[in-house]
Design a protein. Structure first.
Length: 413
């Protein structure tokens, strides 16, 4: 019988997130186990940017990658000698990088150091088994996307959910606890409690006022619910009292840069800390924010904040990173961060994203804050696909349902 390829062959293009997907496909077609171990790392390509490498080192790097069947893109001036340095874009599979790092260890001009840095960055990028140690709570961030439910104890939240809009100090605690119960029942893994609005143009709140808003609520919720509490503050005294009364995470939008005492409070308490990127401060941060290279600057800022915390004695395993959606960013900046969020994975820490009901969503769909749920779910799902392990949201139930499905799809084998 004559062979007709149109009737007997089926061709498809496959895009892989990681080598485990390649392993599954190879098992399906019956590849030998030894062959899978050899070929799976060849199936996943990574592009790695190296900034400002001396041209003589860059040319060695290019030759070494070419010798392996990979490649390195460099400035044309690196080849002519018209520039002293060049950025380099390495293009290769995981298998290429394994062999490249071994070769670079024997090279001069700082390339042996580059080898070590490449190994670290690639290992960080693939890391997913985060366990957030909160003392009496251990959050396995690999098991599912964790939801941080927002409790705004403010009268002027941008999203219209500030609980001080509808409650007065004399009876607010009961209503706040009921609201916290609702978020927990809907699937929140963490409750984030804040008493100062950080919306664009927001005015600062005094220490006395913030303490009055936050501490009684944390005490009351801690007595009624068994759930990790995060305090959203940039004031060290608020953080100290919150931690002393049961909070386990400090969510600081200034990445420990606002109050000199904050770093000491976090270190002493052994609390977890979320470090966020922000250009400027809330009163003025949305007045024409500009970046030379957005993701490079966001990653660099967060790495510097993380290194500072670690050098001061904060446990690396307790550090969470947040790119700061809406904090000193335009619409296009926010969209680019979500699309390119995976670049932040190179720092090797859990990623928190907070985009719920934010104005950039409203600019895209032309709807007010209380009607941006679907837009927020869409953006959160893409952020999770690109590496976010914690999402900070107002609408817990709807987000929980959508991410439960997404997590199941992503774990499908």
């Amino acid at each position: 019988m004559r062979f007709d390829p149109r009737k007997n062959m089926d061709i498809s293009v496959i895009s892989l997130q990681d080598a485990s997907e390649a392993e599954r496909l190879m098992r399906e077609i019956g590849v030998d186990r030894g062959g899978i171990e050899i070929m799976a790392p060849k199936s996943v390509t990574r592009l790695v940017m190296v900034r400002r490498l001396p041209i003589f080192a860059a040319n060695i790097l290019k030759q070494e990658t070419l010798s392996l069947g990979a490649d390195t893109a460099v400035s044309r001036h690196a080849l002519t000698g018209k520039a002293a340095h060049t950025d380099c874009l390495i293009i290769g599979s995981l298998s290429h990088y394994q062999r490249l790092c071994q070769k670079l260890k024997r090279q001069p001009y700082g390339l042996s150091r580059l080898s070590s840095d490449l190994e670290t960055v690639l290992s960080n990028y693939q890391k997913n088994d985060f366990i957030l140690d909160l003392g009496r709570y251990k959050l396995n961030l690999q098991s599912h996307t964790h939801i941080m439910g927002i409790i705004n104890l403010t009268p002027d939240s941008f999203s219209g959910d500030g609980l001080l809009r509808t409650t007065v100090y004399g009876r607010r605690t009961t209503e706040i606890v009921e609201y916290a119960h609702r978020l927990a029942d809907e699937g929140a893994d963490i409750l984030d409690i804040g008493g100062e609005s950080s919306r664009p143009g927001a005015r600062p709140v005094s220490l006395k006022e913030e303490l009055l808003r936050v501490i009684p609520a944390i005490k009351a919720i801690g007595k009624k619910l068994k759930i990790p509490i995060s305090v959203d503050t940039s004031k060290s005294e608020v953080a100290r009292q919150a931690l002393d009364n049961g909070a386990l995470i400090v969510n600081d939008i200034t990445a420990l840069n606002n109050d000199p005492g904050m770093l000491k409070v976090v270190k002493r308490s052994k609390a977890a800390v979320a470090l966020m990127h922000m250009q400027g401060r809330p009163p003025t941060m949305q007045k024409n924010p500009r970046y030379g290279c957005l993701m490079r600057e966001v990653c660099g800022y967060l790495k510097q904040a993380m290194d500072k915390a670690i050098e001061a004695g904060v446990d690396r395993k307790k550090i969470i990173l947040d790119p700061g959606i809406g904090f000193g960013k335009t619409l296009e900046h926010n969209l680019e961060i979500i699309k390119s969020l995976s670049r932040l994975k190179a720092l090797g820490q859990p990623i928190l994203i907070g985009l719920s009901r934010k104005s950039f969503l409203g600019k895209v769909i032309r709807k007010e804050a209380d009607n941006r749920l679907c837009a927020g779910i869409s953006a959160n799902c893409l952020a999770v696909i690109n590496g976010a392990r914690i999402v900070r949201v107002h609408d817990v139930q709807e987000t929980k349902d959508s991410l439960t499905v997404l997590d199941r799809i992503m774990k499908c084998q």
